[in-house]
Design a protein around this ligand. Structure first.
Ligand code: F6R
Length: 614
């Protein structure tokens, strides 16, 4: 994982911009941080284990000034999060400084080889080896780009690299293989980074670097090359680079907290707008119809994703079945290999990933595309790997999501996938024109339902979060409610650090109910397809469970037992609206529970937003 950034500018000191960029990249990892800057014939490096704010307070980095600087925020893979393992890493001479996101698989053999040739390797990281490999090329008389290309030819695995060299204080070299990297092209200032929000203080003109590309930037120039194998490379002509420039719509404000205490709560509040933007974008989108046609002609449909994106995929399988009569197989991305033998050229894959860079999701897509499958990618990030590797991409257009927990992108994914299911239902002939238009009309009300859910549920969620003292809980649902419960429980676990287990309510009798004694919290997430959950609520209450039913206010359930009922906005029994009515309570509950206990909801422990490692 990890986030990397480099900025070079003719307009003055870039250190504050790099630090701001690192703050925006912290969602990729935040166990160590560091910067390297060139000037005065040498390199200055500051780095430390810990969070960026402590680093800025204690390291003196804020007093540094330079026109060229690279930076890194780390999620440890090789070696624990210590000061020594923090990036940037240097070669023996201290003239080359490298920041890296990715994993070098042949680390052990390369290290042995380099140490055998006398290199002094001081950290446990795979990154440091890159600096020493470049050093070898330079001391053999190669120019920097040749030395870099030669070093890259020795690496197996994934990397996004930014590198500075004391002899060229105005340049940042970069390279990419299977880890995200973009260039930001400004006026008298250029940047390279793992993700778009990090460069928005410099520019909105962005080029997505492809696997196997390398190059350099100075304040006035950007040069791109393509590896040709065995240390060779050729230049990518400027016109081709220009043709790839995208003007991103995201504004610097969209990537800031805008007065909210945390990104997570800001992004929860942005949900009505995000859902509206997704819907407006997708409803006119020919690619949604094209995707529905491709799905309709498939003999097998696999739906793949990780974490929250997998949960959105579950909602798609639900509506594909219900609205279109189409069977789909949902697959957790890290388990994709189990299903590879069934994939062939008649298979269509719906791959869901906010970032478009999740390692397991990309691996499934790559493996299955090789077997002839057609890939429909659903992502928030234009130019991401998933975008580039899909036959059809459907963009959710939620704007940048910086909080580690997915919130607005989940509801955006859901509305887009519901729309896809409606279109599929039309193509399959399962939905008549009037039913399809009625469903579209329902979907158009989702932003309003979301807004009402946030307003109505926040006071309840806040009070509940303060009252609860931890322990363990079940979140039960049936039908759609079970799929939503999966996401609700993920939020509670990752943000509030409470054990929350989602279970199909009917299945809870087959074991889990054994845990339910006096005071054990059981949430029942009731959706209008499954009034039978009332029976499960009764069973749980009979065993002393502290039962809380979350349901749309117009869904009537015959509970007849002591259970607290939380009324979310009404949906008129319209299932497509129920995720928008029911999910905000759990997002807000998790957020307030974390804040109340002094946890950072934007940076939950051990997590990174984009998991780019196996
Ligand atoms: C949970 C969360 C993660 C991501 C997962 C997939 O709140 O954010 O579970 O959903 O890592 O990430 P993407 O969607 O970028 O593939």
């Amino acid at each position: 994982m990890c986030g990397i950034i480099g900025i070079t500018s003719a307009r003055g000191n870039v250190v504050p911009l790099v630090l701001e960029g690192l703050r925006r990249l912290e969602y990729r990892g935040y166990d160590s941080v560091g910067v390297a800057l060139a000037g005065g014939g040498g390199l200055t490096i500051k780095k430390a284990a810990g969070r960026i704010d402590d680093f800025v307070r204690t390291s003196g980095v804020a007093r540094l000034s330079a026109s060229t600087c690279i930076g890194h925020t780390r999620w440890a893979t090789h070696g624990p999060p210590t000061n020594v393992n923090a990036h940037p890493h240097t070669d023996c001479s201290g003239r080359v400084a490298v920041v890296h996101n990715g994993v070098i698989r042949n680390y052990a053999s390369l290290r042995e080889e380099l140490e055998g040739r006398g290199h002094r390797i001081v950290s446990d990281t795979d990154t440091e080896l890159v600096a020493h490999l470049i050093e070898e090329g330079l001391s053999g008389g190669l120019g920097f780009l040749d030395a870099l290309a030669r070093a890259l030819s020795r690496l197996e695995g994934s990397y996004a690299l930014a590198i500075i060299h004391s002899r060229e204080p105005d340049r940042i070299y970069f390279a990419r293989m299977r880890s995200p990297l973009i260039l930001g092209l400004g006026e008298g200032a250029n940047a390279v980074a793992s993700d778009i929000p990090a460069v928005l203080t410099v520019t909105r003109r962005v080029v997505v670097i492809a696997d196997g590309e390398l190059g350099w930037i100075s304040p006035w120039e950007a040069r791109l090359y393509k590896l040709t194998g065995n240390g060779g490379y050729m230049e990518v002509p400027l016109e081709e680079v220009e043709a790839r420039v995208k003007l991103v719509e995201w504004t610097p404000e969209a990537a800031s907290k805008a007065g909210y205490p945390h990104y997570m709560i800001k992004e929860i509040y942005e949900q009505p707008q995000a859902v509206l933007d997704t819907f407006n974008g997708a409803v006119e989108e020919e690619d949604v119809e094209r995707a529905a046609e491709v799905l309709a002609s498939a003999s097998k449909i696999l739906v793949v994703g990780a974490g929250t994106s997998f949960h959105a995929g579950l909602v798609f399988t639900y509506f594909a079945s219900r609205l279109a009569g189409v069977m789909t197989l949902p697959i957790v991305a890290s388990e994709h290999k189990v299903y590879t033998p069934i994939v062939d050229e008649n298979t269509v894959v719906v791959a869901v990933s906010q970032s478009g860079e999740t390692y397991d999701t990309l691996e499934s897509v790559r493996e299955w595309a090789e077997r002839g499958a057609t890939i429909i990618g659903v992502t928030n990030v234009v130019g991401s790997s998933l975008d580039r590797e899909s036959n059809i991409t459907l963009y959710i257009r939620s704007g940048p999501e910086i909080g580690v927990a997915a919130t607005k992108t989940y509801l955006s994914q859901i509305i887009l996938l519901e729309l896809l299911a409606v279109r599929l239902g039309e193509v399959m002939g399962a939905l008549g024109r009037s039913e399809a238009s009625r469903l579209l009309e329902s979907l158009s009300r989702a932003p309003e339902v979301t807004r009402k859910a946030i307003t109505a549920m926040e006071p309840l969620a806040k009070a509940d979060a303060r009252g609860d003292v931890g322990g363990s809980m079940y979140i039960l649902g049936r039908g759609l409610g079970y799929f939503l419960a999966k996401e609700a429980s993920l939020k509670v676990k990752e943000i509030a650090y409470m054990h929350a287990e989602a279970y199909p309510a009917g299945e809870s009798k087959h074991g889990p109910i054994a845990l339910v004694t006096r005071g054990f919290r059981v949430y029942i997430l009731a959706t209008s397809d499954s009034p039978e959950v009332a029976g499960n609520a009764i069973e749980m209450a009979a065993r002393g469970g502290d039962v809380v039913v979350v349901k749309p206010s117009d869904l009537s359930l015959e509970l007849g037992v002591k259970a607290r009922v939380l009324d979310a906005p009404p949906t008129g029994g319209d299932l497509v609206l129920e995720p928008f009515s029911l999910i905000p309570y759990f997002q807000l509950y998790s957020y307030h529970a974390a804040v109340f206990r002094g946890y950072d909801p934007d940076k939950p422990r051990n997590l990174a937003k984009t998991v780019t490692v196996e």
